[in-house]
Design a protein around this ligand. Structure first.
Ligand code: ADP
Ligand code: MG
Length: 331
């Protein structure tokens, strides 16, 4: 029996939209995250994919407690972390660390890499007592494939890929169980992306890590994910094992995203129907009634305007869920 390490239920983050003198009047809400459910099993990688603005970073921030949910629960090993405070919260936070999207802006340019990587030890000195810090940081540099002698250098002396290795080393410093990686390779050159993903896979085995790996593109998470959740306008519209999502997608949005991924094999390319998404993503301040995807869906019927589709199991594989009234594997 695989044990869930994270269990997210009904997660919501609405930012108030205000107007008027001193922004005192609330005129609506930005529904950044609007009811997200998923579990992360121990040792696995859950990919979360969706277009820019669909709420991925907001989910990530709630997982590591940088944002408070409007409602919903986040259970870490069975304990709701949204209700914790003080010492209990600090202990849990140590186990769930984040790697940020942009290694150019997420590292303080005035700090040496030694201080950047060792910063988490300020909050948790028990992990690395003062006299042991330098050695621990050098060990971390080595683990992510950087020369331990670089400990006194500054971020600008490193390439983008190396900077992301520094960000990963910092994420590892407290020996967490879960790493939430928010588009960790999106800001990097394509040639460097695979190196960083390979590093993350190696570290996962070495340190028994569970990953939530966020990307805006299905092709990036394909190799690393055991399961994938596809987000649209604040909600996961389809989730399943990697084979289900890539080979038997049932939600029209997943199908459209996949049809935009380049296929190297010309014969396979011939056989695939290219689905073009019409229109733009609606604003999270005015989410369409019923099914939130209906305004861009070629299958939309009158029912989709009225009824918000529930997440229902589709196909034979366990844990393959789709929120569509007309979910089916494309012919
Ligand atoms: P993604 O990471 O998928 O690109 P985000 O989670 O960053 O999406 O943002 C989701 C939506 O929430 C966007 O429309 C964004 O503008 C909005 N949003 C994010 N943070 C805030 C905030 N602090 N206040 C108001 N709106 C926000
Ligand atoms: Mg983001």
């Amino acid at each position: 029996m695989v044990e869930p390490i994270l269990e997210v239920t009904g997660l919501v983050k609405h930012y108030p939209l205000t107007q008027g003198i001193l922004f005192r009047r609330q005129i609506g809400a930005v529904k950044a995250v609007d009811g997200v459910d998923f579990t992360l099993n121990s040792g696995e990688t859950l990919g979360i994919v969706g277009e820019s603005g669909c709420g991925k970073s907001t989910v990530a921030k709630m997982l590591v407690n940088l944002e408070q949910p409007t409602s919903g629960t986040i259970k870490y090993r069975g304990q709701d972390i949204t209700e914790l405070s003080g010492r209990a919260l600090k202990a849990v936070r140590r186990n769930i660390q984040m790697v940020f999207q942009d290694p150019y802006t997420s590292l303080n340019p005035r700090m040496t890499v030694g201080d950047i990587i060792g910063e988490p030890f300020d909050i948790h000195p028990e992990v690395a007592p003062k006299g042991d810090r330098r050695r621990k940081v050098q060990e971390l540099l080595d683990v992510v494939g950087l020369n331990p002698e670089y400990i006194n250098r500054y971020p600008h002396q490193f390439s983008g890929g190396q900077r992301q290795r520094i960000g990963i080393a910092r994420g590892l410093a407290l020996r967490p169980e879960v790493i939430v990686a928010d588009e960790p390779v999106s800001a990097l050159d394509v040639s460097v992306q695979a190196q960083v993903i390979n590093l993350m896979e190696r570290l996962q085995n070495e340190f028994d890590l569970s990953y939530v790996f966020i990307a805006h593109d299905l092709s990036i998470v394909r190799h690393i994910s055991d399961r994938v959740g596809v987000m649209y306008l604040g909600r996961i519209v389809e989730i399943g094992g990697d084979t289900e999502i890539y080979d038997r997608p049932t939600h029209p949005y997943t199908q459209a995203l996949l049809s935009a991924v380049p296929v190297p094999d010309p014969e396979a390319r011939e056989h695939r129907r290219r689905l073009i998404l019409s229109g733009d993503v609606p604003s999270p301040t005015s989410i369409p009634s019923g099914c939130r995807f209906r305004t861009r869906c070629w299958k939309a019927q009158e029912r989709c305007e009225r009824e918000d589709p529930a997440h229902l199991p589709v196909g034979p594989a366990a844990g393959h869920l789709s929120a569509c009234h007309f979910a089916e594997v494309a012919a």
